[in-house]
Write a protein that binds this ligand. Structure first.
Ligand SMILES: NC(=O)C1=CN([C@@H]2O[C@H](COP(=O)(O)OP(=O)(O)OC[C@H]3O[C@@H](n4cnc5c(N)ncnc54)[C@H](O)[C@@H]3O)[C@@H](O)[C@H]2O)C=CC1
Ligand SMILES: O=C(O)C(=O)COP(=O)(O)O
Length: 530
């Protein structure tokens, strides 16, 4: 059956067409996102949900989204999506980080001009036939200091536009490197410094716990008298009530806001104050940007639903189509290695250490790591996937560490997974051969060469004659057909291991009888998702 996608916000028709062309069953209901109850009622039917900022994907919605695999945000900000909950449920959240950045940066610049020259008020007055030429005295931008809070994709463009306008641009962004600042032509400063020096302040940070209220009452008080503040990022970044006061008492000369703490904003402390320019969250509202984000989100969601390729996900490492081709067998191997150890482990896991060697160490390690962890956790929780497994492991206090090396001689590369439990350590190594098939190559430090089969039995024993015979007769008498087997031994330790490939689920009675022979330290039936 074709995957089903719901579009619950106003997306360009381009998205609908892409979904259709890709063979996805698409439901275009652009106003549904505003109706929480209706969304809650229908969300369980869909594999994908495409949104903008109006749909709020809350914990409650996610709890009801039993088939949902991907949430696609046609735009940048994902503060309307409960990402931790989505991750816990194994739902990928992706956005389109570049499609509307120029448009939004341009809106911020337009808002800066508008507030510098009071264009909206002057326009309204002129339309009213007043010709108030002396009322609308503005300020020049050239030579003024522009303070940019958040110099990422949008903030970075605003910086360069500011420089182009011959402004002195100062930027506060803890993640802005010196090289990038030099490239943008801006001075990197601390927030306090920016607040003191800027004639115009523009915000371009996401709304997070750290950035919420970044322009608080206290910080607004630290700004230069006569400052003008522009917010085209998110409501909630600025204390609107405190700003309204500062505008009234003349400390702040003007404000230009596209976003508000509560949207749609029907009432707001900033409304109807002189020299406050407001737009209804129009930052991304150009035909170019809307076409970009709609196309991109539809392609990305279709790719994920149809091929598993991951792009621009916020809770899962990206795997490009190219990478997916090369990495596919390695991701499978990583999952099988994790799954082997998961099935072998009865005690609580304290740590997972993963060694990537050679070819494997040059791949997307986050994706491989997620696959290992997912393989391990699937044993006790079949619903986990590569998105949710690392989150759940972290919540359970499991330490995950990875190491890269390039030392393998016999193989182009391999992955070794070691799990530390409350009682012991267990390791398994594997590789992918040129036939693209994942292989187990080392268990308990003993070398072997074992393909992965659906039903297997793993045994360990002291290396003595007669073991194969015991396995054959005991399994045979229980109706278990051995299709193949692989052996490994350590002459030093006098230990041997066997991996048997069988046709079906191994009956518990066969396992008990094998254990009762007293010849095996370990008899473990295993099932792999192959
Ligand atoms: N008005 C509108 O229609 C639109 C609004 N936006 C908003 O703009 C925001 C920024 O978008 P992009 O530039 O694309 O994101 P981005 O992720 O490229 O840049 C954000 C920057 O903020 C910085 N940052 C994070 N925490 C910070 C902190 N505590 N203090 C200072 N800097 C901090 C980051 O280091 C990063 O460089 C989005 O999250 C979204 O909320 C985006 C598109 C349209
Ligand atoms: O992309 C963003 O973050 C935006 O804020 C744009 O929001 P919108 O898609 O216009 O509701």
């Amino acid at each position: 059956m074709a995957p089903r996608v719901l579009i619950s916000d106003k997306l360009s028709d381009a998205a609908v067409q892409i979904f259709k062309d890709r063979g996805i069953d698409v439901d275009f209901q652009p106003d549904l996102g505003k109706d929480k109850d209706k969304l809650l009622e229908v969300i369980g039917q869909y594999d994908g949900l495409a949104i903008r900022s109006a749909t709020k994907v809350t914990e409650k919605i996610i709890a009801a989204a039993d088939n949902l695999k991907v949430i696609g945000r046609a735009g940048i900000g994902v503060d309307n999506v409960d990402i931790p909950e989505a991750s816990r449920k194994g739902i990928i959240v992706m956005n389109t980080p570049f499609g509307n950045m120029i448009t939004t940066a341009e809106h911020a610049i337009a808002m800066m001009f508008a507030v510098a020259r009071q264009i909206p008020e002057a326009s309204a007055s002129t339309h009213a036939g007043k010709w108030e030429k002396s009322k609308f005295m503005g300020v020049e931008l050239t030579g003024k200091t522009l303070g940019v809070i958040g110099a990422g994709n949008i903030g970075g463009i605003v910086c360069t536009r500011g420089v182009g306008l011959r402004m002195k641009v100062v930027a506060y962004d803890p993640f802005l490197s010196d090289d990038r600042a030099a490239e943008l032509g801006v001075e990197k400063v601390e927030l306090e410094d920016l607040l003191k020096r800027a004639d115009f302040i523009t915000l371009h940070v996401p709304l997070t716990d750290q950035t919420k209220n970044i322009l608080s009452k206290e910080n607004i008080a630290k700004t230069k008298k006569g400052v003008r503040i522009i917010n085209c990022a998110r409501g909630g970044l600025v204390d609107e009530a405190a700003l309204a006061e500062a505008l009234k008492d003349g400390h702040v000369a003007g404000a230009a806001f596209d976003v508000f703490a509560e949207e749609p904003a029907k009432e707001n402390p900033l409304f109807n104050l002189p020299n406050v320019v407001c737009t209804p969250h129009l930052g991304a509202a150009t035909s170019e940007a809307q076409e970009n984000v709609a196309l991109q989100v539809a392609e990305q969601m279709s790719d994920y639903l149809l091929t598993g390729a991951v792009q621009n996900a916020l809770n899962m490492p990206s795997v490009t189509a190219e990478e997916a081709k090369v990495m596919g067998p390695w991701i499978k191997l990583a999952g099988h290695l994790g799954n082997f150890i998961g099935q072998m482990t009865d005690e609580p896991i304290k740590a997972i250490n993963i060694l990537f060697d050679g070819q494997a160490s040059e791949m997307n390690l986050s994706a491989l790591t997620s696959s290992v962890v997912s393989g391990i956790m699937k044993v006790t929780n079949p619903d986990v996937n590569m998105v949710s497994a690392p989150v759940i492991a972290k919540e359970r206090g499991v330490r995950i560490s990875t190491t890269k090396q390039d030392q393998s001689g016999a193989f182009e590369g391999y992955i070794k997974v070691t799990v530390v439990t409350t009682q012991r350590e267990r390791s398994i190594g594997g590789t992918v051969f040129s036939d693209g098939k994942p292989r187990f190559i080392q268990i308990k430090g003993i070398n072997l060469d074992a393909e992965v089969g659906r039903h297997m039995i793993y045994t360990t024993n002291t290396d003595l004659p007669g073991i194969i015979g015991t396995l054959g007769t005991t399994l045979g008498s229980n109706g278990v057909n051995i299709a193949n087997f692989t052996l490994g031994r350590s002459a030093e330790k006098g230990e041997a291991i066997a991996l048997l490939y069988v046709d079906d689920v191994v009956p518990a009675k066969a396992v008990e009888e094998l254990k009762a022979t007293g010849k095996f330290q370990q008899v473990r039936p295993l099932v792999f998702d192959v």
